[in-house]
Design a protein around this ligand. Structure first.
Ligand SMILES: NC(=O)c1ccc[n+]([C@@H]2O[C@H](COP(=O)([O-])OP(=O)(O)OC[C@H]3O[C@@H](n4cnc5c(N)ncnc54)[C@H](O)[C@@H]3O)[C@@H](O)[C@H]2O)c1
Length: 344
């Protein structure tokens, strides 16, 4: 079955193709009769990038070390060096075959090379399929800050082939589904109920295509309404203030991003809503309790680069499927969180 979603952004519009087996037919969807820089990482099964390379006229596979550390200026420079050396022109392109690290880095290279060349994304993790591969945010980490140097550069097409998830470890699947649950909680009651009405095995198995498509529809709708994150797109940050703080703490010990988001969503809702979200997170084996020193987490929030002065825009979920963006004073927010940390 093939589902095509159209991201409607004027002249930057593109199709998102969701189809099992689409990787093997990439040349039907992408213009590959040119020089193609394929960016992948050492943890992505090699056959995925090879499959794409075999369909290209002039492919160059560039493999970075797996992990966030590769989303760096050094990798960015090295990839641009290859593109210069191989004499890529404005009509050539970059394809990402991997998770959000490959997608963000490849997209940023494509955004900068000759002031912008074509970029295609073939995301291979749940997180990148439901979230990072669409919306045009590209970046590298720099100076100890995540995503601090980047650009908006929309892909020309996105291919989502869920067969690639067969090689993805279960913990990574849950990690990505945390972002789906986040979108459902803020925006789509029916998608949230789909989680509630199915077992973990069904969610990770036969229902995953439906969940991925449902999540993509939410993200598409939000991006179409607010491409550059001046308002509505902030709802995608539900759970992210605490998540980023957890990630920036010294004693952050190997938790994945979606796992930190799982922990970060719970203080941003109350009562029945909190319990419903917690139940789903537990069912999927995601963490729900903050780790590390609460004081350090609270201080990290004060140093969040997204903070404007002493206020922050916090996303709350008052009811499943609904959101509220509140401007809150940092000191008030710290107090709220501190109470939550003490009692959870
Ligand atoms: N641009 C955006 O809008 C946006 C949104 C959310 C997150 N992000 C970024 O996404 C990144 C995280 O992405 P991620 O969670 O996909 O992590 P990732 O790209 O590091 O991939 C996770 C791991 O899975 C492995 N892998 C990938 N596909 C696989 C497959 N099919 N089978 C087996 N192993 C596979 C990778 O080698 C890696 O080790 C972060 O850098 C984050 O900042 C960007």
């Amino acid at each position: 079955m093939n589902t095509v979603l159209h991201m409607n952004l004027g002249e930057d519009s593109y199709d998102i193709i969701v189809e099992r087996g689409a990787l093997g037919k990439a040349s039907e969807y992408l213009k590959l009769d040119r020089k193609v820089l394929i960016l992948t990482d050492s943890g992505v099964p090699e056959e995925y990038s090879r499959t794409v390379a075999d369909m290209c006229k002039t492919p160059y596979i560039y493999t970075i070390e797996q992990g966030e550390a590769s989303k760096s200026f050094e990798s960015f420079k090295a990839i641009l060096e290859v593109m210069c050396e191989k004499e890529f022109t404005r009509t050539d392109c970059v394809v990402a075959v991997g998770g959000g690290v490959c997608g963000d880095l490849a997209g940023f290279c494509a955004a900068c090379y000759m002031r912008g060349i074509d970029f295609y994304n073939i995301p291979t993790t749940v997180l990148s399929q439901v979230d990072s591969s669409i919306g045009g945010k590209t970046a590298v980490d720099f100076g100890g800050y995540k995503n601090i140097v980047g650009a908006f550069h929309q892909p020309k097409k996105v291919i989502i082939d869920n067969n690639v998830l067969l090689t993805l470890p279960e913990r990574r699947i849950a990690d990505g589904l945390s972002e789906s649950l986040k979108m459902a909680a803020t925006y789509d009651k029916e998608l949230f109920e789909l989680f509630e009405n199915n077992t973990k095995e069904e969610i990770f198995g036969e229902k995953i295509d439906e969940i991925i498509i449902g999540s993509l529809k939410i993200k598409k709708d939000v991006v179409e309404k607010d491409e550059k994150e001046t308002g509505l797109r902030r709802i995608l940050n539900f759970g992210h203030t605490v998540a980023h703080a957890l990630e920036s703490c010294e004693d952050f010990d190997g938790y994945f991003h979606g796992e930190c988001v799982a922990i970060g969503m719970l203080p941003m809702c109350e009562g029945e809503v909190r319990e419903r979200i917690r139940t789903q997170l537990c069912k999927m084996g995601l963490p729900t309790k903050p780790f590390g020193d609460a004081e350090k987490v609270l201080s990290a929030i004060a140093h969040d680069k997204k903070l404007s002065g002493s206020t922050l825009s916090a996303v709350y979920v008052p009811k499943i499927g609904e959101y509220e963006i509140r401007k809150v004073q940092l000191c008030e927010y710290r107090k709220e969180l501190s109470e939550y940390f003490e009692n959870c």
